[in-house]
Design a protein. Structure first.
Ligand code: ZN
Length: 85
């Protein structure tokens, strides 16, 4: 997979995904492709995925904390019983 392609007009090496050739300025993408690219850039999808991940992590930490609290109570009870006998 290469990150470069050739200009459709002058053959200059241009970055893949570039809108214009740096040599002749010719558009490297059709208006449809450009619109799709802009839409992709502007989509706030990544942000919402991160929020969902963050909530999942918080829930996992909450569950882990509850389990830890319950176990420490059991351990404490066991220790108390050992010392009372
Ligand atoms: Zn060119």
């Amino acid at each position: 997979m290469t990150n470069y392609s050739s200009c459709t007009s002058c053959g200059q090496t241009v970055l893949k995904g570039a809108m214009r050739c740096s040599q002749c300025g010719r558009l490297q993408k059709t208006p449809e492709e450009q619109a799709a690219l802009l839409k992709k850039i502007q989509e706030p999808k990544k942000f919402s995925i991160n929020i969902v991940k963050l909530i999942k992590i918080l829930v996992m930490f909450g569950a882990a904390w509850i389990i830890y609290a319950n176990y420490s109570n059991l351990i404490q009870e066991y220790i108390d019983r050992l010392f009372s006998n």
